[in-house]
Design a protein around this ligand. Sequence first.
Ligand SMILES: [Zn+2]
Length: 171
Amino acid sequence: MEKLIDGNLDYLSADDIYAAVREDTAVNGQKPYAVIVTCSDSRVPPEHIFSAGIGELFVVRTAGNVIGDFERGTVEYAVGHLGVPLVVVMGHTHCGAVGAALDTHGEAPQGSLGKLVTEIKTAIGGERDELNAVKLNVRNSVARLRESAELREVQIAAAVYDIASGKVEWL
Ligand SMILES: [Zn+2]
């Protein structure tokens, strides 16, 4: 908690453009240019990866970048109400959620986490290669988004982020 409180104080005292951007977006609203659907993994911070700042990316993060009703509704809001023209579904290398779905030896997770892993398991089928499984899981999330009538027309890009090199591979 101390790290968070100190971090916010540093953020407030930083001499950068963000004070002006905060004020502008608070008054005039947000106009993000992309929705990023990605994993909650702490090694995958979208604003850092895309050199973006406040008001630029509309971000939805879940473990394994899986899409359920609430996540799809969040993207519907961004596209339908904010007019965001592009959605990116971005998986990443060494994803723990995909790893859990690939793990046939360990005990299967229960509860809500179990449902999440089952969604990924269904998406990857019999694939055993980790990177291919990550890509199949991304494709599945794209398909989940396309289940919405409001997301049939919007451009949806698929990508994989390499957590070691920092590079985004566009699929
Ligand atoms: Zn992950």
